[in-house]
Design a protein. Structure first.
Length: 328
């Protein structure tokens, strides 16, 4: 059932993507803010309590609905429920319009428009970026977005669905990523109820643990469908220096898989987060950047091919597992 739920969700999402502003996402923001206001007192154990409520309660509700549908109405409606949940949590169209707009601007030779689109997408200062750095940033941010919106969701959904927990894993993964990002962003803006350092630390640590295996599965899939030896070498080299850096491992494997030199803002921010004592704002030198060719617009199409080939591999694997389960 997992294979068909993912397939239908991806097809529906491609045909009718979820709007950027929708009641579900607004509700998640309200939920995270409400939990923060009610349970975040600044103490470490309250930080973990708030994280547990924010991230674990919605998946439990999703699981209750799944089991109720499965028990009372049968697997067809349980499948529909899984498709609906995956449609909300999974999909390329939640970020791909940014990537497409920047790529089209670069292919048309309009670097100013590409800078504007990049700044609008990631809220970074792109006014002085040369063309190659625009491409580098787009590759890094797009790969991370593809992992968090597609491959990470697939990994957690497939594992927990195999245990009979339905679409719980997809909700758990997306909520863990969302609260870590949302509460972390509150520290950089003035709000009436900012998340405490304890809550931010708890959500960041929990997110690192939850994303550890999916990030490496995504990196492995990129290596399989790209240049395997170079991807594994880049992965190993980065993991030796920053062992807790999930996104950095993913970017290093991507760089090797398509032979592109990465090491822009996305990779620097990962190094800062993963390495105590790393000087914030320090420039990443040649020894910190990955080996490979300087980023070119053609690499953007290579990234698209890499991601879609990886999706095909994941779907084939799920199809074989589903077939084996049906025949067994």
């Amino acid at each position: 059932m997992s294979f068909f739920a993912i397939l239908f969700a991806l097809l529906i999402e491609q045909a009718r993507p979820l709007a950027r502003s929708n009641p579900i996402h607004e509700g998640l923001r309200a939920w995270a803010l409400s939990v923060c206001r009610s349970f975040d007192t600044g103490q470490q154990h309250h930080g973990w309590l708030a994280w547990g409520l924010a991230v674990l309660v919605p998946p439990l509700a999703v699981l209750a609905v799944h089991w109720a549908l499965l028990h009372w109405l049968g697997w067809p409606l349980a499948l529909v429920w899984s498709v609906a949940v995956l449609y909300i949590t999974l999909g390329f169209r939640q970020f791909s319009h940014h990537f497409t707009a920047i790529r089209d601007a670069l292919e048309d030779g309009d670097a100013a428009e590409a800078r504007s689109r990049l700044a609008q997408w990631k809220q970074v200062d792109a006014s002085e970026l040369p063309r190659s750095e625009i491409v580098r940033h787009v590759i890094e941010y797009s790969v991370i977005a593809a992992h968090r919106h597609v491959f990470g969701v697939l990994a957690w959904y497939a594992v927990l669905a195999a245990l009979g927990l339905g679409p719980t894993g997809a909700v758990l993964y997306r909520l863990a990523e969302f609260v870590a990002r949302y509460w972390g962003a509150q520290s950089r803006v003035v709000t009436a109820h900012p998340a405490s350092e304890s809550l931010q630390a708890a959500s960041a640590r929990a997110w690192m643990v939850i994303d550890w295996l999916p990030a490496r599965l995504t990196a492995l899939s990129f290596a399989v469908v790209g240049s395997f030896e170079e991807a594994i070498d880049g992965w190993r080299f980065h993991a030796q220096r920053f062992p807790n850096d999930n996104d950095g491992v993913l970017l290093a494997a991507t760089a090797g898989a398509i032979n592109v030199r990465l090491g822009g803002e996305a990779l620097r921010s990962r190094a800062e987060a993963a390495t105590p004592g790393f000087e914030a704002g320090a420039e990443i030198g040649d020894s910190d950047a990955t080996p490979g060719r300087e980023p070119e617009v053609g690499h953007l199409r290579s990234v698209v091919g890499l991601v879609w080939r990886s999706v095909v591999v994941w779907m084939l694997l799920l199809a074989l597992l589903t077939l084996a389960r049906l025949l067994g």
